[in-house]
Write a protein that binds this ligand. Structure first.
Ligand code: TRP
Length: 457
């Protein structure tokens, strides 16, 4: 953490606090918000699911967000290094746990980015189609989508383009690359989203959409929906694999992590809800059903765009939105891996970015040509690796850190800090780990076998 006199280079840092908030929200706001949140909300029936999801953000998301950021800021290194520095007083047990968690985290980044990039590549394809550069299939979006997924060459092409976009930025550095880009992408993303919202406000469907999202019908809520909401809270806030630890480690020694963490979580949630409002407005205005599943954004929407006044422009804006969101998230996935090899193994940033970026690209080829391959890595990471990582991070933050490290972020809050720190400690020690453990066991089908919850999927 402290640089010795002979250490070669000072560690990277964010330029400004706003720059950090934009980079961290860039990580959080991604395909999870604009592609996945709307379609799972559609599948699980709207309002009641949204309410459970908001509860999960509050009870799991926020406490873990703070934990990751404070571990990063106090540890001042990549995931593994930060955990090791902060659990040093626990002896060999702390070291072993740090190495296990760090390896799990870096592996998650590696795996997630490999398929995330393929889905992001689809967004590029649809952007190119919307721009009229490649022709769309005369048989509609479903045919366009099937032609894309069925064509290894196209999927590989866009996957490669996306990986180059990510590697190029991460190689430039934390401040010059990630912060620079996110400071531009995030305002653009919010701007596009607001424009789309104004459009659907003027053309109809918005009232139905708001009602669908915000009027809970608890009869539609299943155990499966609750599990999905819990799992998605992790993914959408980029938690469970040290992305926020890594980003937190580039903070100056100020103490704003509580407020900044809340800002990121609120932004992420608001953007997911706005995206849902826009998408369901289009769907309802056309008299369609909300439960289209994963094809909602890539199959249902592009067809509807064609029939809307100004729909081409709307489509272009929408796929720019999707691409910007995916790009700023991809950066954080690669950054976890790069930071690890820079901090722990002395790689240069450039070498680590290109070398591990290339390996991730290679693994992603599997997902580009095979849907089963993609599903395997998607399930492996979002069902098992992220919740497990989150569980261990919660236990480390709640039980193993020194109180001075643990509560450092609350100091800046003055008098309000103490009760908040107390509430956080209670939640991170008991509530978060127990909830995460339940999800983990349920997703593994273990509760199912014991007859507790009907989980399916
Ligand atoms: N949060 C991003 C999304 O919603 C995805 C993402 C980026 C992520 N970095 C992560 C997920 C780290 C888990 C962990 O699309």
């Amino acid at each position: 953490m402290d640089r010795g006199p002979d250490s070669p280079k000072p560690r990277a840092r964010w330029g400004t606090r706003l720059g950090f908030v934009l980079a961290a929200s860039g990580s959080a706001v991604g395909l999870g918000n604009i592609w996945k949140f709307p379609y799972i909300t559609g599948e699980y029936g709207g309002g009641a699911f949204v309410l459970v999801y908001l509860g999960c953000i509050l009870l799991i998301g926020l406490p873990l967000m703070y934990s990751e950021l404070i571990i990063g800021r106090r540890g001042g290194k990549d995931v593994l290094g930060a955990l090791r520095a902060l659990t040093r007083h626990r002896g060999p047990g702390g070291r072993i746990l740090s190495v296990l968690t760090g390896t799990l985290a870096v592996g998650s980044g590696f795996f997630i980015l490999s398929y995330y990039s393929v889905v992001a590549g689809w967004a590029i394809h649809f952007l190119v189609v919307s721009l009229g550069i490649t022709s769309r299939s005369p048989d509609g979006a479903e045919a366009t989508f099937l032609a894309l997924v069925g064509s290894s060459a196209l999927s590989v092409l866009w996957h490669s383009v996306f990986m180059l976009l990510v590697i190029g930025v991460v190689a430039r550095g934390v401040h010059e690359g990630i912060e620079f880009l996110c400071s531009r992408l995030m305002p653009a993303l919010v701007g596009i989203l607001l424009l789309l919202l104004v459009y659907v406000g003027l053309t109809g469907g918005l009232a139905l959409s708001v009602e669908f999202l915000f009027r809970p019908d608890f009869s539609k809520l299943s155990g499966e929906a609750i599990l999905e909401a819990l799992g998605h809270a992790f993914f959408t806030l980029s938690l469970g694999m040290g992305a926020m630890v890594t980003y937190g480690s580039y903070l100056k020694r100020d103490t704003y992590v509580v407020r900044d963490g809340v800002t990121v979580a609120v932004l992420d949630t608001v953007i997911a809800l706005l995206a849902g409002m826009v998408i369901f407005s289009v769907v309802f205005a056309a008299g369609m059903e909300p439960g289209a599943g994963p094809g909602l954004v890539f199959v249902t929407l592009p067809d509807l765009f064609l029939d809307m006044p100004g729909g081409t422009l709307f489509g272009v804006a929408f796929f720019f939105l999707l691409l910007f969101a995916a790009w700023s998230s991809g950066l954080s996935l690669l950054e976890v891996v790069v930071a690890y090899f820079v901090d722990e193994h002395g790689f240069s940033r450039t070498a680590a970015s290109w070398l591990f970026g290339a390996l991730i690209w290679g693994l992603g080829l599997g997902s580009a040509v095979s849907g089963d391959f993609m599903d395997f890595f998607d399930n492996l990471t979002t069902r098992y690796m992220l919740p497990l990582g989150g569980l261990i991070i919660a236990v480390i933050a709640g039980w193993l850190l020194r109180p001075a490290d643990r509560e450092a972020g609350f100091l800046s809050l003055g008098d309000a800090g103490t009760p908040l720190a107390r509430a956080w400690t209670l939640i991170i020690r008991f509530v978060t780990p127990i909830l995460v453990l339940v999800v983990l066991l349920a997703k593994m089908g273990i509760l199912d076998r014991l007859g507790f919850l009907r989980t399916g999927g």
